[in-house]
Design a protein around this ligand. Sequence first.
Ligand SMILES: Nc1ncnc2c1ncn2[C@@H]1O[C@H](COP(=O)(O)OP(=O)(O)O)[C@@H](O)[C@H]1O
Ligand SMILES: [Mg+2]
Length: 225
Amino acid sequence: MNNHSVVTATDLTKTYQRGREEVHALEAVSFTVHRGEFVAVTGPSGAGKTTLLNLIGCMDTPTRGTLHIGGRTAHELSERERTRLRREHLGFVFQHFSLLPTLTVAENVALPALFARRFAGARVDQLLDKVGLAHRRGHLPHELSGGEMQRAAIARALVNDPPLLLADEPTGNLDSATGETIIALFRKLQSEGLSIMVVTHNAALAAAAGRRLELRDGRVVAQVF
Ligand SMILES: Nc1ncnc2c1ncn2[C@@H]1O[C@H](COP(=O)(O)OP(=O)(O)O)[C@@H](O)[C@H]1O
Ligand SMILES: [Mg+2]
């Protein structure tokens, strides 16, 4: 690990218990994501991609191995410290957008700042401008297209200014033309210094990343630069 590491995983292992059977979702996975890197995680269904993202997102704990995030060792933190790490160092984007239906676009974007007890005001406007949704700030999610919903979700993920964005199949619900606008947005964010780790089956999205981590049966089988 060095100062430019946003995430360093060492021998990360996750074993689930399914009845009597052990499921080896991840086996001794090691890698580093540096500041400003854009990494795609690929591999067939069941390879362990979501498990990996959940571990990095501190939503689950590894069976073995260590995870350094923003200079902290995840498993050494208390629940409260982990919540804070999640809030300040990580942004999350999902396939199904996960916007709250009764809140406007601007309110959705501001929500993580509220939980962090921060005032988001100007930051919300700045982010909506960045993702091209300034004109939609007062709309409800159901009034948006899929691409607009995902751009709102990306703005929301960035409101606390995290160094790392984690995305699980962010273009999975979008047609390929709309997916291209999300890819372009990721590239722009990366050029501004954001680190991005994205799980994807979308070849264009994987190709846009600077590095590809290919998983199969819980192991890294290839790293393509
Ligand atoms: N909570 C769980 N309990 C038991 N097995 C699980 C659980 N979550 C995932 N798995 C298993 O772990 C393996 C990896 O799953 P997952 O990380 O979701 O893969 P991917 O996202 O690449 O499709 C699969 O065999 C899956 O069935
Ligand atoms: Mg998955």
